[in-house]
Design a protein. Structure first.
Length: 90
């Protein structure tokens, strides 16, 4: 059986934006609110939720970063061809 993963993310254009959002998370702001307010991804309408997906579905840099996280943990900025992601493993 293929391992299934669940995640939320916030996608922005620049690394400095991602770092600023990480500071806001560290100060106690809600991941969901930040995703709604700042993410460039359509998933922002759903608090950044990407749902459940099988391993191998996401682009390699995203999946590699996701697999290093514990459930509930957020990543540092992850660069892909789409921009900079902050990933939260669910």
């Amino acid at each position: 059986m293929t391992q299934r993963l669940k995640a939320q993310h916030i996608l922005v254009n620049h690394e400095y934006e991602a770092r600023d959002l990480i500071r806001k998370l560290e100060q106690g702001e809600s991941f969901e609110k930040l995703a709604r307010d700042f993410s460039n991804c359509a998933s922002s309408k759903n608090d950044g939720h990407l749902g459940e997906f099988p391993r191998g579905r996401m682009i390699p840099a995203f999946e590699k970063a996701l697999l290093k996280l514990e459930i509930g943990q957020c990543s540092s900025p992850v660069k892909t061809q789409f921009g900079y992601h902050i990933i939260k493993r669910l």
